[in-house]
Design a protein around this ligand. Structure first.
Ligand SMILES: Cc1cc2nc3c(=O)[nH]c(=O)nc-3n(C[C@H](O)[C@H](O)[C@H](O)COP(=O)(O)OP(=O)(O)OC[C@H]3O[C@@H](n4cnc5c(N)ncnc54)[C@H](O)[C@@H]3O)c2cc1C
Length: 504
């Protein structure tokens, strides 16, 4: 029997994730599937995208790829969350750890008495997160035991990496996948509009049954299939990104956290890998120019920078990522400023959804996929915009932002000013896959000063049983997490030790 032919166009992170996950599914399900990747070394990849969420580690595990080999071969570092500098006001900083303290303490996510307890006592909600303690101590997520590395806790951490090295790692581990280095020139479609053949620049024809568009901002396939771009420019006004690199001084501890540092016209990301700090200024060109943005960053850092690029970005998503026999993933499908590292996360989650129906695609499955993909990006958009609810008014940018928050954000803030968010405030995502929930939202609201101490105190006063339970659990968790963090290896020492071990 002829195999079912999957053709992935694009060899960036999205393309190789798709190739690996589809071929893994084929092996797992003993399916007669054939996977081809067409990539263009002439066009290259976007060359940025360095912070992940926890789903990247879950994906490595699912594919049977060793985390230690990944760290060793890609020069990646550990990420526990995001440090937000100067967002609430100049000089203020808060962390957004990505683990969920409500997992594993027997509350079943039903109530959030721990958050109420922290807010009522004027403590940072982050203290209830193991990852906050690991951030504070600058530690790796492993202690060294007699039999090897012992994890500090049950939670999945994330990584910072060099996009090119991570791409090479994925590609090296992609077995039984055909690779063509060429450019898609023309799409041939049948009378229903489905793609039958791709004609490449070299003249070669590639036939397929199902096509995945991972061509990044070019959207080479899905554009022709008729999908259109839904712009978020009215909600997320930043529209340029200027990436640059900084050195990490030899011997200095590597912070296991992404820094998102708010500026006069946007914000800078600072992402440490083992070899360097990947940085970039995401800014609004309605408020500053390319030259002025560069000068602004140089003044803040106190030295010259050498921008690698200046990328025009357009936040938004496709109206439908799946049309006919073509699905767009990665940058071809959506783009948001990388404040919460949602892009690679979104790709992995969407691939998981896709794989659940790929054996028997149907119009119903397609519509459900499109609705879930749209909801995912829309919710991320509003979550990102929430970060801009700031007291800052020190530039035209911040003054404009302050008067233009959408009601999707202000309505929630108004509701949560009266009570700390409950898990039940967030609709579960398709297949129970990770999504914006209260564990991500509470540290941001708390960090921005948008939660009411009085409301939390009133809630606990009305629920004395919950209050005493919260007191006990909070004390135990905080002590346990602090102790666990102290036993772990320092982050840099852990990474150095891994590099000295035989090649994995
Ligand atoms: C400024 C910025 C910062 C970011 N930071 C983060 C972050 O911290 N965390 C995160 O998760 N994500 C981040 N992202 C997003 C992240 O970069 C992408 O999700 C990720 O790199 C995947 O990109 P991609 O594979 O979709 O596209 P690309 O990397 O652009 O790859 C596109 C591929 O398609 C190929 N191609 C294009 N046209 C053709 C054609 N006609 N024929 C054949 N091949 C073709 C190209 O050669 C390339 O191989 C960031 C993005 C930007 C712009």
């Amino acid at each position: 029997m002829m195999p079912r032919r999957f053709v992935i166009v694009g060899g960036g992170t999205a393309g190789w994730l798709a190739a690996l996950m589809i071929s893994h599914e084929a092996k797992r399900g003993n399916l007669n599937w054939d996977v081809t990747v067409i990539e263009s070394s002439r066009l290259g990849t976007i060359g940025v995208g360095e912070g992940t969420t926890a789903v990247f580690r879950q994906m490595l595990q699912r594919l049977g790829l060793d985390e230690m080999a990944f760290l060793q071969q890609t020069g990646a570092t550990i990420k526990y969350g995001i440090r937000h500098r100067d967002w609430r006001s100049l000089g203020h900083s808060y962390d957004g750890p990505i683990d969920d303290p409500h997992q594993g303490v027997g509350l079943g996510g039903k109530d959030n008495i721990l958050d109420d307890y922290a807010v009522a006592h004027g403590q940072s909600a982050g203290k209830l997160h193991l990852f906050q303690h690991l951030i504070d101590a600058g530690r790796a997520p492993y202690a060294l035991g007699p039999k090897g590395y012992v994890p500090a806790g049950p939670f999945h951490h994330a990584f910072h990496f060099d996009q090119a090295l991570a791409g090479q790692f994925l590609r090296r581990n992609a077995k039984d996948i055909k690779l063509i280095d060429d450019e898609v020139d023309t799409l041939l479609q049948d009378e229903d509009g489905n793609i039958t053949t791709l004609q490449l620049a070299s003249g070669q024809h590639v036939n397929g049954d199902f096509f995945i568009d991972c061509t990044g901002f070019r959207r080479r396939l899905i554009g022709q299939m008729g999908s259109t771009w839904v712009s978020y420019a009215n909600v997320l006004p930043l529209n340029r990104a200027m990436p640059f690199w900084l050195d990490i001084p030899e011997g200095r501890e590597i912070a296991p956290v992404t820094t998102a540092w708010a500026q006069k016209n946007g914000w800078i990301w600072m992402i440490p890998t083992q070899g360097r700090m990947g940085c970039g200024y995401v800014y609004s060109d309605a408020h500053t120019s390319v030259d002025a943005a560069k000068a602004e960053i140089e003044a803040v850092l106190g030295h010259e920078i050498h921008p690698r690029n200046d990328i025009k970005i357009d936040a938004g998503r496709l109206d439908a990522s799946w049309r006919g026999n073509c699905v767009a993933l990665g940058l071809a499908s959506s783009f948001l400023e990388p404040l919460e590292a949602t892009s690679i996360h979104g790709t992995i989650v969407q691939l998981t959804l896709l794989l659940s129906v790929l054996a028997q695609p149907s119009p119903r499955a397609r519509d459900a996929f499109n609705a879930a993909a749209a909801r995912q990006v829309d919710d991320f958009r509003d979550f990102i915009r929430l970060h801009y609810v700031s007291q800052r008014r020190d530039s035209a940018f911040w003054r404009d932002v302050a008067t233009s928050h959408p009601s999707a954000v202000t309505d929630k803030i108004a509701a949560w000013a009266g009570r700390v968010p409950r898990p039940s405030d967030f609709t579960p995502f398709a297949m129970g896959l990770p999504h914006v929930g209260h564990e991500l939202t509470v540290p941001v609201l708390d960090g921005l000063g948008l939660l009411s101490q009085t409301a939390a105190q009133d809630y606990l006063a009305a629920n004395p049983k919950a209050r005493s339970m919260a007191r006990e659990i909070s004390a135990v968790l905080t002590a346990d997490y602090r102790r666990a963090a102290a036993q772990c290896l320092p982050h840099r020492a852990f990474l150095t030790q891994l590099q000295q071990e035989p090649a994995l």
